[in-house]
Design a protein around this ligand. Structure first.
Ligand SMILES: Nc1ncnc2c1ncn2[C@@H]1O[C@H](COP(=O)(O)OP(=O)(O)OP(=O)(O)O)[C@@H](O)[C@H]1O
Length: 679
């Protein structure tokens, strides 16, 4: 039998079993080879240890079948001794009780006593016993055996008692017997010793076996203890589990009750839902009918949608046609207005000027008809000169209002017309303010001038034109004419630019850099970069006076992806250097030279306009770098706007009058019809 770990079969049986097993072993007959020496030891008075474990049995040499030769000899010798005794005893018997018996003989008789002889004489004793008690008892000396009759003297002589000195045969017999006895005794002792050794070995084996069993039992005990601990732990776990299950059972019972209650309420709910469901089914049927009706409507609407799509295409075509018409009309209006349009802007007195009690009363607008301006000169104070222009902007006009009038012209650049806007006026009259804005213009959107507003306007227009299939590209260049030299304001270095031929298209300046711009931020960076390079100086009339003509050029190229139409144009925004009377501005040295050049180029501009207006065969474009540069933007191919700026100070009344006279001259000049540039 084995336990669940399979230990029991391998281990010795537990102590109870072991004990029973030992008993069983005890009851079992011991093997002959192990048992015999112990029995012999018992027979031969071996120590009690052997006696306890070994059963007694006659020694092997006592068994008739196992008598050895030596034993046979020994019996033969004994027989002969007994015979000799009988011979020798008789005279002794005879002398027993007789006075004078020799003590030597008596002693001899007593020493002849042996077991054998005793046995042999038993009959004799029995016979003697049967004899009457009065009869003298023959005192038989106990036979001490043949060995007691043999003595070894100190001289090494062997004396055999009770044998005649010369009875050698008898002596030999006795010695043989003694020898045989000694051999037998030695053999017995050897056997006994061997038996004892075996017994000791057997006991050792048993002890080892017992130790092994004890060790096994110890392990078995430990294992059982571990098993016991394990079982105890499992028992505790099971008890805990049981308690938990009991609790769960109780809570399950509670929740079951709860569930049953809920089930009842759910059933009630289900019944009501069933009613709702049936109601909903009816509603669904109604809705299905409605959907069918709506599907019919949808089909109708889809048909309508298709019709509308067709209409939309037609409308788009119409819209494109209308756009073309709009452009044509716009162009007609611009032509009716005249090719060179003139605006006048009067800036307000600056805070500093107000503080200094400057007056602007010589300029008035009250009596002027429509877009007019009145001015009183210093030398003719009782005479008011009145002028009419395309637009007159009073000092309170805003940048937005100015651009509102300019924007349509800027729009023309997208239609393929070259457009040039000049800011003309004496120094400090507000030209740069109108074109760019004040110094902090890019932090103040409201004060933005024509350049940033034109760009924003064009960007918006470009986006809107995309719906009509137009894709545009805008590139910017910025240069200045300073003392009759051309400088690229967007490129470093002092390399002077050169005008190459006249060309049929806008400006032909070799190596002028172009920069594609797509955002206001990019534009701001370009203008800031250009302003850092632009030549400015402080004059009596303006703290930051521009000493050069600056030309901002926006190259416009567009293509219509629908009809393949292409346009190309440029928008020139020119901030002219301030005209000044050298005497009044206090210019000397370099400033004086600059003023001379500026005034010279401005009068060249006037000459060109005059020549164009008089349809002169020769237009002196090459008299100055400025007119040469703008050759393709002044004349038949361009739409030109000149914004005349007036300094409101009374001190500059005559200067302002001259500006208005020049403006009037320009305003009456017809330089021809602008031509669209298309590829
Ligand atoms: N409409 C205006 N409203 C308010 N301030 C203005 C206006 N126009 C010009 N100014 C201010 O007047 C001063 C001179 O203007 P601006 O520099 O534009 O003159 P300018 O004609 O360009 O001079 P210059 O020819 O010497 O360069 C500047 O401080 C400018 O801010």
């Amino acid at each position: 039998m084995s336990d669940r770990f399979g230990f029991r079969s391998k281990l010795p049986a537990p102590s109870g079993n072991l004990r029973s097993s030992s008993k069983a072993n005890e009851n079992k007959p011991a093997p002959a080879d192990r048992k015999r020496p112990i029995e012999q030891a018992e027979k031969e008075n071996v120590p009690s240890v052997a006696k306890k474990t070994v059963k007694t049995e006659p020694p092997s040499y006592m068994r008739p079948t196992q008598r050895s030769k030596t034993t046979s000899k020994m019996f033969a010798a004994r027989k002969s001794i007994a015979k000799a005794k009988r011979r020798s005893v008789a005279p002794v018997k005879r002398t027993v009780g007789a006075a004078g018996a020799r003590p030597g003989i008596k002693r001899e008789a007593s020493t002849l006593k042996t077991k054998t002889l005793t046995t042999r004489t038993a009959g004799t004793r029995t016979a003697a016993a049967k004899k009457p008690a009065k009869e003298p008892v023959v005192e038989e000396e106990e036979d001490a055996g043949p060995s007691s009759r043999v003595k070894l003297t100190s001289e090494g002589k062997i004396i055999v008692k009770g044998v005649k000195k010369f009875d050698l045969k008898e002596r030999c017999n006795v010695l043989e017997i003694v020898l045989a006895e000694k051999i037998t005794s030695a053999k017995q002792t050897e056997a006994h010793l061997k038996m004892l050794t075996d017994a000791v070995e057997s006991i050792k084996g048993e002890k080892q076996q017992a130790q092994t069993q004890a060790k096994g039992l110890q392990e078995y005990k430990m294992m059982k203890e571990a098993e016991f601990d394990n079982l105890e732990e499992r028992l505790q776990n099971s008890q805990r589990e049981l308690r938990k299950l009991k609790n769960e059972l109780e809570s399950t019972c509670d929740s079951l009750d709860e569930t049953q209650k809920r089930l009842k309420s759910v059933k009630l709910e289900r019944d009501s839902l069933q009613e709702d469901f049936e109601g909903a089914g009816k509603k669904i049927d109604q809705l299905k009918r409605k959907i069918e009706l709506q599907e019919d409507d949808l089909k109708k609407l889809e048909n309508e949608k298709e019709n509308l799509i067709e209409n939309k295409t037609e409308m788009r075509e119409k819209m494109d046609a209308m756009e073309d018409e709009r452009r044509t009309l716009h162009e007609t209006i611009q032509q009716l207005k005249g090719n060179i349009r003139v605006f006048v802007r009067v800036r307000p007195l600056l805070a500093k000027e107000v503080e200094e009690k400057h007056s602007s009363e010589h300029i008035s607008f009250e009596n002027a008809i429509d877009k007019g301006i009145e001015i009183t000169r210093e030398d003719k104070k009782d005479e008011k000169a009145e002028f009419q222009f395309d637009a007159v902007f009073k000092p309170d006009s805003t940048q937005i209002q100015i651009f509102g009038e300019v924007s349509q012209l800027v729009r023309s650049s997208l239609d393929g017309y070259n457009v040039t806007i000049f800011a003309y006026g004496q120094t400090g009259s507000g030209k740069t303010f109108s074109m760019e804005g004040p110094e902090d213009v890019y932090e103040n959107d409201e004060m933005q001038g024509i350049i940033p507003r034109s760009f924003e306007f064009l960007i918006d227009a470009v986006e809107k034109s995309a719906e009509k299939g137009w894709i545009y590209k805008l590139e910017a260049s910025y240069l200045e004419v300073y003392c009759e030299e051309l400088n690229d304001l967007l490129q470093g270095g002092d390399k002077k630019l050169k005008i190459e031929g006249t060309g049929s298209k806008h400006i032909n300046v070799a190596n002028l850099s172009r920069h594609e711009i797509t955002s206001k931020h990019q534009l701001a960076n370009l203008v800031k970069r250009a302003n850092k390079r632009r030549k400015t100086a402080s004059t009596n009339c303006n703290e930051r006076s521009s000493r050069s003509h600056s030309v901002f050029i926006l190259f416009v190229s567009g293509e219509n992806t629908r009809n393949g139409q292409k346009v190309e144009s440029c928008l020139n925004l020119v901030d002219l250097a301030g005209s000044e009377r050298v005497k009044e501005s206090g210019a000397t040295g370099q400033r004086f030279e600059e003023a001379k050049k500026i005034n010279g180029s401005l009068s060249s501009l006037g000459d060109v306009i005059a020549a164009l207006g008089s349809k002169s065969k020769h237009v002196p474009y090459r008299n100055s770098k400025l007119t040469h540069l703008l050759q393709n933007s002044l004349g038949g191919n361009s739409k030109t706007l000149m914004i005349m700026h007036l300094n409101p100070r009374k001190l500059y009344a005559n200067e302002s009058y001259n500006t208005l006279r020049f403006a009037q001259k320009v305003n009456t000049t017809n330089i021809g019809t602008a031509q669209k540039i298309s590829k």
